[in-house]
Write a protein that binds this ligand. Structure first.
Ligand code: RIB
Ligand code: CA
Length: 317
């Protein structure tokens, strides 16, 4: 049975690999890609998404969405992904063009046309929050919403408390996490350490020699440099591909639990922190419909690292 995926992305080096995985996977059809500000400015995210489709040789409609967060100034991760988001390796420009219309409106149309679809979010949640606000009915139309974002009661990557996608637009994330959407949260903590690719592992993938494999590793040049500078050893963390692996093969998430997840939107110190009620203390204090609604969030606690890496290799081969 074919599964329909919709991808919302701030396309940079790890997003691109996640998109390639979905496009290559046998029983998945990507109905559309909506692009959001994030790693790099929106126009560059859009170019990167269009170029990634050229690498895959697949036609998927792409829409540009929000170019900034709901309330905050835009922030990028160009120091990590490179100015162009793809390691400044000189890819592009893309020959394809995006569809007309705003990505948030496209999300509404795509979801309504594909009830039960899987929405995979790889960037800040601005488009998704706008879509839910404009059309609350889509919450029940979406079968699964796999979110690469947050950090479940642990350290962040952009501040000590917050992961980039949630930190950039915490107000949008707060709307999404409290909407009743069936969110599966794949936090940054699951993508670090052994879940990353060592130099031997990423060179072995590059050696597969396919256009997808060469691009998937070639566009990581800035990430490799940044991690080598920080940690002294070249490696590649791939948060979006880990989340996409969970979306493609849910069993890759080997331990999860459902909790209330609140997003900090007031304090600057903990802006964007995903506060997971891991012991359900909030429900004991004030049970009720709001709490039940919020418990729609499934927090992935552990992924099957060998299986995630095997899936990546299969998709790139
Ligand atoms: O924190 C990692 C996330 O932020 C990934 O989605 C990466 O692409 C950036 O968007
Ligand atoms: Ca991303």
């Amino acid at each position: 049975m074919v599964r329909t995926f919709i991808i919302d992305t701030d396309t940079a080096s790890d997003d691109a690999v996640a998109i390639l995985m979905a496009l290559q996977y046998p029983d998945v059809e990507v109905a559309g890609i909506t692009v959001v500000h994030g790693n790099v400015p929106l126009h560059q995210c859009l170019a990167n998404a269009l170029f990634t489709l050229e690498v895959a040789g697949v036609d998927v409609p792409v829409w540009a969405g929000a170019d900034r967060p709901l309330l905050r100034p835009a922030s990028t991760a160009q120091a990590f992904h490179g100015v162009d988001g793809l390691g400044d390796a000189g890819y592009g420009p893309p020959s394809r063009t995006p569809e007309a219309g705003h990505g948030a409106d496209a999300l509404i149309d795509l979801v309504r046309a594909n009830p039960g679809c899987t929405l995979v979010t790889l960037g800040p949640l601005t488009n998704v929050a706008l879509a839910i606000s404009r059309a609350p009915d889509i919450v029940d139309c979406i079968g699964r919403c796999v979110v690469m974002g947050g950090a479940a009661n642990t350290v962040g990557n952009v501040t000590p408390a917050a992961e980039f996608n949630i930190w950039v637009d915490p107000d949008a994330a707060a709307i999404v996490f409290r909407s009743g959407l069936s969110v599966e949260m794949v936090g940054w903590e699951l993508c670090r350490g052994d879940a990353g690719l060592s130099q031997d592992e990423y060179e072995a993938l590059r050696a597969l020699g396919t256009p997808a494999a060469k691009f998937a590793i070639g566009c990581q040049a800035a990430v490799i440099r940044a991690i080598a500078d920080m940690e002294g050893v070249p490696s590649i963390t791939l948060p979006d591909p880990v989340a996409m692996a969970v979306a493609l093969e849910p069993e890759i998430c080997i331990r999860s639990s459902r909790h209330l997840v609140e997003v900090e939107t007031t304090s600057e110190l903990t802006r964007g922190m995903t506060v997971v009620d891991a012991l359900d203390v909030a429900s004991r204090r004030d049970p009720g419909p709001a709490w039940e609604l919020a418990r729609a969030v499934t927090v992935c606690r552990e992924v099957d690292i060998p299986r995630w890496k095997s899936l990546l290799r299969t998709c790139l081969a």
